[in-house]
Ligand binder design. Structure first.
Ligand code: ATP
Length: 508
């Protein structure tokens, strides 16, 4: 068991915290931690299924004892006041809003704070965070970290032993290969993965990595906060943006040899912020970086962070960051960051401001090998703190592609097509596509190939492509106003040009 959690838990008890909130569903592991922390002190449990329950045997103590949460708290409020005891309330998020329950929790908390004789600590263990505003000030959250490498190794060993699996068949190389796929999950989830791996073919080996990653992907998605993205894209799939590509290559070299780099004095790369025109390859860069860093890509969905309960949104952000940290080395992609943080400082933005503060300080102090790639179309509404040095290593601006880049993008997409092609005159294509973004060019290629196929053409020609270019309503035509607004907004800030590396304003 991770001693850091036990120490943090003890500290909360030592400083007389009235209510400790543990947002977790791995009740077996949390019970183990509680037992380790409170030793042989009295522990009473209540949960919605068995009501008042013996903490050790898990037998319901119904009958003479109370069954509702309200009754349970009422009994314990005045019961054996001077004896140190712990009330473990499990999955109470649906019951905690009842007026009497809230009042009892508040009364017990106040008594704990002001009456030296009163020794009752409440521990809430719930898979959902719901803290009514009346008791918010008495609550401290305890984060249960994901198992570290030592603990994961212990879980693997346990599985090998329980399943009588021949230890010699699972060598260090298997262990090393399996390790990254098991990071960033709870002990409960790791247990399930190992069970699945063992039951599928009766053995455990590096070959199970693929199955574990498949399952993990679903699990991460179910958390609703992060998505594990497949990253078949490579830098070769990006036309243009040469300076940014070179920059990412350098950072990848550092991350892949992190310990040597740090020993040499290199600072741990924090991440990059890519702002600019829609459809110009920002997401593509995030995806290609993960392949480049040879690390998983986790996409953070900022919209889903905002919960309906007090404290839930902040907790969600912490949880997402915790998952990313546990899964490190990884690339954490925050798409459309402006949608999340552009309201900071506005009316009713307390939660957002706190989340933003937490994110900034995490970025500032980050020591883990989580490389953050934030992407945004519009940076003018973002709080300036985010754009200051120290948070991201660099801010890049992606413009509409210039001539050379348009040629490169045509090449990328045409090379992917298997159909026969006549000699392509790129100069004509490039001259005809001023104001097109990468997505427009991709669509021209796709539509042309489709047309050629449907019309029974033997090979694709420059003229076919030019005909499609003429029919295409490109970004500069369809989003004239937005592009102008963006241009004005960008003219107030200076970013590094993703194509040339020069410090420049956006060019349209
Ligand atoms: P948005 O801001 O709208 O999310 P984005 O800048 O993230 O846009 P992408 O999602 O990376 O844009 O690109 C959209 C599509 O256009 C992709 O399918 C990609 O293949 C193509 N594309 C865009 N830019 C390039 C590029 N520089 N090279 C090759 N393909 C590109």
């Amino acid at each position: 068991m991770n001693n850091k959690i036990v120490d943090a838990f003890r500290k909360l008890i030592d400083i007389n915290t009235p209510i400790i909130y543990i947002n977790d569903y791995d009740f077996v592991r949390v019970d183990e931690i509680i037992r380790k922390v409170v030793g042989n002190k009295k522990v009473f449990e209540w949960n919605p299924v068995t009501g008042t329950t013996d903490f050790i045997s898990k037998q319901s103590k119904g009958g003479f004892d109370s069954q509702t949460l309200e009754d349970f708290l009422e009994t314990k409020y005045s019961d054996e006041v001077a004896i140190e005891k712990y009330l473990v309330l499990k999955e109470v998020h649906d019951f905690i809003d009842e007026p009497k329950v809230k009042a009892l929790l508040a009364l017990m908390s106040q008594r704990k704070l002001y009456d030296r004789e009163y020794e009752t600590t409440i521990i809430i263990v719930s898979s959902v965070i719901n803290v009514p505003i009346e008791i918010e000030k008495y609550v401290s959250y305890l984060e249960i970290d994901f198992p570290d490498e030592n603990e994961i190794n212990r879980l693997i060993d346990e599985h090998i032993e329980v399943n009588f699996y021949d230890k010699t068949k699972f060598n260090d190389e298997d262990r090393e290969k399996l390790m990254p796929s098991l990071k960033g999950m709870t002990a409960f989830e790791i247990d399930r993965m190992l069970d699945m791996a063992m039951s599928s073919n009766g053995s455990l080996s590096a070959e199970d990595t693929e199955m574990i990653l498949r399952q993990k992907k679903q699990m991460v998605r179910k958390s609703g906060l992060l998505e594990l993205i497949d990253t078949p894209e490579s830098l070769d799939d990006i036309g243009g943006l040469n300076y940014l590509k070179g920059y990412l290559e350098r950072k990848a070299k550092i991350v892949k040899h992190l310990s040597d780099a740090i020993k040499f004095g290199v600072t741990m790369p924090k991440g990059v912020f890519i702002v600019g025109m829609p459809g110009c390859g920002k997401s593509l860069c995030a995806k290609a970086s993960a392949s480049l860093f040879e690390a998983p890509l986790l996409k953070l969905d900022m919209g889903s962070m905002m919960g309906k309960y007090v404290g839930e949104s902040e907790k969600n952000l912490r949880k997402a960051i915790r998952i990313a940290e546990a899964a490190a080395p990884c690339v954490l992609w925050i798409d459309e960051i402006e949608k999340a943080f552009s309201g900071v400082g506005g009316e009713n933005s307390d939660v957002l401001t706190r989340m933003f503060g937490y994110f900034l300080s995490w970025m500032q102090d980050k020591k883990s090998s989580v490389y953050v790639i934030a992407t945004a179309n519009n940076a003018d509404k973002l709080p300036p703190e985010l754009k200051r040095k120290g948070r991201f290593d660099e801010i890049f601006c992606v413009n509409l592609p210039n001539k050379d880049e348009r040629k490169a993008i045509f090449e990328v997409h045409l090379n992917k097509k298997l159909c026969p092609k006549e000699n392509i005159d790129y100069l004509q294509l490039v001259n005809g596509t001023e104001g097109f973004n990468g997505a427009d060019i991709e669509s021209v290629v796709n539509e042309t190939v489709e047309n050629c196929f449907l019309n029974g053409k033997r090979a694709l020609s420059t003229q076919n492509l030019l005909d499609m270019v003429k029919k295409t309503v490109c970004i500069s035509m369809s989003c004239k106003k937005q592009i102008n607004d963006m241009k004005n907004a960008f003219s107030e800030s200076c970013f590094k040009d993703a194509t040339t590396g020069e410090v420049t304003n956006i060019r349209v």
